[in-house]
Design a protein around this ligand. Structure first.
Ligand SMILES: *[C@@H]1O[C@H](CO)[C@@H](O)[C@H](O)[C@H]1NC(C)=O
Ligand SMILES: *[C@@H]1O[C@H](CO)[C@@H](O)[C@H](O)[C@H]1NC(C)=O
Ligand SMILES: *[C@@H]1O[C@H](CO)[C@@H](O)[C@H](O)[C@H]1NC(C)=O
Length: 442
């Protein structure tokens, strides 16, 4: 019956995250045990099916034997702790005990983290880290666009979000509608706000109204077509706003993980990726760090030159790079991938000796299409990639749970060899029978 506990305190969804963070700073007792955090996660049962469409839920569907689930569990506890007191209920379902729930909710993998509001279900596809999960739940729980009505609120947003979008002007007309639609589309991936010109003017520079601004990393950039919007037709405005939101929703130099890779590929840009190797403590060796900093410096200093066509990023786990570029040289290294064709480019230069100037020349040769692409999305490459992924999957599984892996792989292998053995011998007998028959008839 735990899950019937509700907190229907409907608060204004606007800006409660920063408020909450402030509260958290003052209100968090110094010793808050992990147990307390875990206790915030409701243990759900079959009854969940009767109540899931009431209110808002963040639910983890898990199996006790799954290694990834075990790793996510403490994080999920912290998320529950952070969301405590808001109108989002956080729970978990053991799908081995309640397979019926898993079936009804169409759970296809463990763990699946779902945000449920009313009849709408969203599967979380981001990194399973506390901050991202909390941001995700906060984004999903509010309306797609939240209104900002006080100038100080914009300061709070700047303090609490690395990236957010904000619409400035009358909330009507084609630009507003397109912005709203884009916000709905990308609600899982970004924060969207709207405000009035007089509040925004202290914070952002803009000439034309309405304006749309993306704030990121202490700078802001404008949707570039606001001044010609009156000459554009509806679908052009809609498309350019969607496109702009799609490419602007990333920081300048994000870290690529298995989870955000797909989203980055959706930019349809060239991804310029520095590959280094992080150890277990997320430390990178000095010489690799210098290389990564060199690459980052190029985009930070030359945003205007590259931003339209190139999205820079870095990878700390070389196996992610390997799954894209199969013949990846040792780290540190750099590759550029055309996110439309999945063809990639590797510079000839020794990475550690590569200068920003050499990187400019390399990127220019990709841009003017004089560089030779490798790989691409051909069948052969796909097959090799699939083999790589299967091998990687198996080795991860082995690392996570050797006993289970042995059982899972061992049992079918045992059966398979039995079947093959009998099939093979069956064939032998049939074949020799037939041969005999032939001899007889001849
Ligand atoms: C706006 O653009 C998006 C993406 O290009 C598209 O999915 C959507 O249907 C468009 N909406 C309208 C009203 O044209
Ligand atoms: C990727 O490759 C296609 C086909 O060669 C090309 O048209 C496109 O401009 C390239 N670049 C990007 C950023 O997609
Ligand atoms: C493309 O760029 C490279 C590097 O800057 C340059 O050497 C080459 O001449 C350019 N090719 C064309 C066709 O513009």
């Amino acid at each position: 019956m735990l899950w019937f506990y509700t907190n229907h305190a409907e608060r204004s969804t606007l800006l409660w995250k920063p408020l909450f963070m402030l509260l958290a700073i003052f209100a968090t007792p110094l010793t808050h045990a992990a147990n307390a955090e875990a206790a915030r996660v409701l243990d759900l049962s079959d009854r969940f099916l009767e109540v899931y469409n009431q209110g808002q839920w963040l639910v983890m569907f898990y199996a006790p034997w799954c290694g990834y689930c075990k790793r996510t569990e403490p994080i999920f506890g912290q998320v529950a702790q952070e969301l405590h007191g808001l109108s989002i209920r956080v729970g978990k379902v053991d799908c081995t005990r309640f397979p019926h729930v898993a079936r009804e909710m169409e759970v296809r993998a463990y763990p699946t983290i779902m945000f449920i509001k009313g009849s709408a279900k969203y599967i979380y596809k981001g990194d399973r880290v506390k901050e991202e999960l909390v941001d995700y739940a906060l984004r999903m729980s509010g309306p797609p666009v939240q209104l900002v009505t006080r100038a100080e609120s914009i300061d709070m947003l700047k303090g609490s979000h690395t990236i957010f979008f904000i619409f400035i002007g009358q909330q009507e007309g084609v630009m507003w509608e397109s912005y709203y639609a884009a916000a709905e589309n990308y609600q899982e991936h970004g924060f969207f706000y709207a405000t009035t010109p007089d509040l925004a003017t202290q914070h952002f520079e803009f000439e034309h109204l309405p304006a749309v601004v993306v704030y990121k990393e202490e700078q802001h950039h404008l949707y570039p077509f606001a001044h010609v919007a009156h000459e554009m037709d509806v679908s052009e405005i809609n498309d350019t706003i969607h496109h702009w939101v799609n490419v602007e929703r990333f920081v300048t130099f994000p870290k690529i993980t298995r989870f955000n890779m797909n989203q980055l590929m959706k930019t349809k840009k060239y991804l310029v990726v520095a590959v280094v190797e992080e150890d277990k403590l997320n430390q990178v060796a000095t010489h690799e760090l210098e290389f990564r900093d060199m690459v980052e410096g190029v985009i930070r200093k030359h945003r205007d030159r590259y931003h339209d066509k190139f999205q820079f990023a870095w990878i700390g786990d070389p196996s992610i790079a390997h799954s894209i570029v199969l013949d990846m040289p040792p780290t540190p290294h750099l590759f550029v991938i055309n996110s439309t064709t999945q063809e990639h480019y590797i510079p000839d230069d020794e990475p550690l000796k590569m200068t920003p100037q050499a990187l400019h020349v390399f990127l220019e040769s990709i841009h003017n299409e004089s560089a030779t692409p490798l790989g691409g999305d051909t069948l052969l490459v796909r097959v090799r990639r699939a083999i790589f992924e299967v091998r990687k999957g198996l080795s991860d599984m082995w690392k996570g749970n050797p006993v289970l892996t042995t059982v899972i792989l061992g049992l079918p292998c045992g059966f398979l060899s039995l079947i093959l053995y009998s099939a093979f011998c069956g064939d032998c007998f049939v074949a020799s029978d037939e041969d005999d028959d032939h001899e007889k008839t001849e």
